[in-house]
Design a protein around this ligand. Structure first.
Ligand code: SF4
Ligand code: SF4
Length: 377
C-alpha cells in the first residue's frame, strides 16, 4: 500500500492554480506520521510506500527525515520493503537534501511548467515573482542526484502556445520523464483554445517522433500513457484511479481520503472520508471503491473508452462534483489527444523503432523504468 502524507498545507510559493491553498490549516505531527507508516505496513501485503506531499513537503524536512528513519526501522522488523516518494516544487533542494534522498531512495517529482514564459505565469511567490530562474539554476544538481526526476507540468489556457518550446527546453536541460496535466478546473478554456492546444500537441508529436528516431529513451505521459493503454489492451475503471484500494491520502490530522484532491476544506470532500490512521478504514471506503469501478454512463458506447482519462474519479469530482461524470472539456480533450498519440504510435510501430518497441512492448525496467513502476508498490 502507498500512503501520501500531507505534511503541511503551507507552501513557499503561491501558484495561482493551487488547490492546496484551500486545505485545512494544520501540520502533521510526528506521532501521526508514524501512525500512518504503521498503517501502511499493516495494510500493505508485500511492501509499503510512503510519499511526502504538501503544500511543500520540504518545509517539513526534519519530519521527513524522522519518518524515513522510522519507516526503515519498521521495514527491517517486518521484512517488508519500503519505498519513498515525494512531490515538491524543488525550490528548497540543496546538496544535503538531495544526498539524503538518494541514499534513502526517495524518488521525487518536481514541478516545472516549461520555459520561463510558461512557468512564471503561474508558479509565483506570494509577492508575484516568477520562480523559473531559481528552479532552472538547481536543475543540474537535481538531475545529478536523481536522473529519473519526474517533472510535472501544468497546462493552462495561457501557456498553450509555449508548450512546444517548453518541451524542447526541458529536453535540452536533460529531463526525460515529463508528465503534463491540463488544468481542467480553469474556467477560461474555450473551443478555440482547444484548437490551439491541438496545434501545440501536433508540434510536440513531431518532437516525440524525432527523439524516438534517434532511439532516445524518455517518457512523455501525454502520448506514452495513451500508447501504453493501447499496448496493454485498454483499461477498466479502477485499474488506474485506485480510489483507496492500494493508495491513500493521509490528511495532517490522520484522516484518510482516496486521493490528494479530497484533502481539503471543501465541505463536499468530507463525504469522501474513508477512515483514520488511528482507527482504521470505515465502511464507506468499499462503497466508494465499488462506485468508482462502475463504467462512466456517458462513455459506454465510445471507442476511446479504456484509454480516456474518464477513469479518474478524482478529476471528475473536481470538475463536475460527481466521480462518475466526466466534464465536457476533458471529453473534448481526450477526443483530440488520443488520435494524435495513435498516429505517432502507428508510425513508430511500422518503422519498428527500437526505443519505442522496448518502451511499450518489451519493457526493460532496468535501463528504462516507466513512470508507473515508481508509483504503486
Ligand atoms: S508549489 Fe505546489 S503546493 Fe505550492 S503553491 Fe504551487 S502548486 Fe501549490
Ligand atoms: S472521449 Fe468522452 S465519451 Fe469517450 S470515453 Fe472519453 S469522456 Fe467518455
Amino acid at each position: 500500500m502507498k500512503a501520501i502524507l500531507h505534511l503541511t498545507p503551507t507552501c513557499n510559493l503561491a501558484c495561482n492554480y493551487c488547490y492546496a491553498a484551500k486545505v485545512i490549516d494544520q501540520k502533521m505531527s510526528l506521532e501521526t506520521a508514524k501512525k500512518a507508516v504503521d498503517f501502511v505496513f499493516k495494510h500493505g501485503e508485500n511492501s509499503a510506500c510512503i510519499s511526502y506531499f504538501g503544500g511543500e513537503p520540504l518545509l517539513r524536512w526534519e519530519l521527513i527525515k524522522k519518518t524515513t528513519f522510522y519507516a526503515e526501522k519498521i521495514s527491517k522488523e517486518t521484512g517488508k520493503p519500503v519505498f519513498f516518494r515525494m512531490s515538491t516544487n524543488g525550490i528548497l533542494f540543496d546538496e544535503e537534501i538531495l544526498k539524503f534522498c538518494r541514499k534513502h531512495r526517495i524518488l521525487f517529482a518536481i514541478s516545472l511548467d516549461g520555459n520561463q514564459q510558461a512557468h512564471d505565469k503561474h508558479r509565483i511567490t506570494s509577492d508575484n515573482q516568477g520562480t523559473w530562474k531559481i528552479i532552472d539554476k538547481k536543475l543540474d544538481l537535481i538531475l545529478k542526484y536523481n536522473p529519473h526526476t519526474v517533472v510535472g507540468s501544468v497546462i493552462s489556457p495561457d501557456t498553450i502556445k509555449e508548450l512546444p518550446a517548453s518541451m524542447e527546453y526541458m529536453w535540452e536541460r536533460g529531463i526525460r520523464y515529463l508528465a503534463h496535466s491540463p488544468d481542467f478546473t480553469n474556467p477560461l478554456w474555450t473551443p478555440e483554445l482547444l484548437d490551439d492546444l491541438e496545434n501545440s500537441y501536433r508540434q510536440m508529436a513531431q518532437f516525440y517522433l524525432a527523439r524516438s528516431r534517434e532511439n532516445k529513451f524518455f517518457f512523455f505521459t501525454l502520448f506514452d500513457e495513451k500508447i501504453k493503454y493501447h499496448a496493454r489492451g485498454g483499461l477498466k475503471p479502477g485499474d488506474v484511479c485506485d480510489f483507496g484500494v492500494k493508495k491513500i491520502s493521509v490528511a495532517p490530522d490522520g484522516n484518510i481520503f482516496p486521493c490528494v484532491r479530497f484533502v481539503s476544506d471543501d465541505s463536499d470532500a468530507k463525504k469522501y472520508l474513508i477512515g483514520n490512521v488511528y482507527n482504521g478504514f470505515n465502511p464507506k471506503r468499499q462503497r466508494l471503491i465499488n462506485k468508482n469501478r462502475q463504467p462512466r454512463p456517458q462513455c459506454i458506447q465510445c471507442d476511446f473508452n479504456g484509454r480516456c482519462s474518464n477513469y479518474c474519479g478524482c478529476t471528475n469530482w473536481q470538475t463536475t462534483g460527481d466521480i462518475l461524470k466526466v466534464s465536457p472539456l476533458l471529453c473534448a480533450h481526450e477526443r483530440m489527444l488520443i488520435p494524435i498519440a495513435d498516429e505517432i504510435g502507428k508510425i513508430l510501430w511500422q518503422e519498428k523503432n527500437k526505443a519505442f518497441l522496448a518502451k511499450h512492448y518489451d519493457i526493460d525496467e532496468n535501463h528504462f523504468p516507466l513512470i508507473n513502476t515508481y508509483d504503486i508498490d
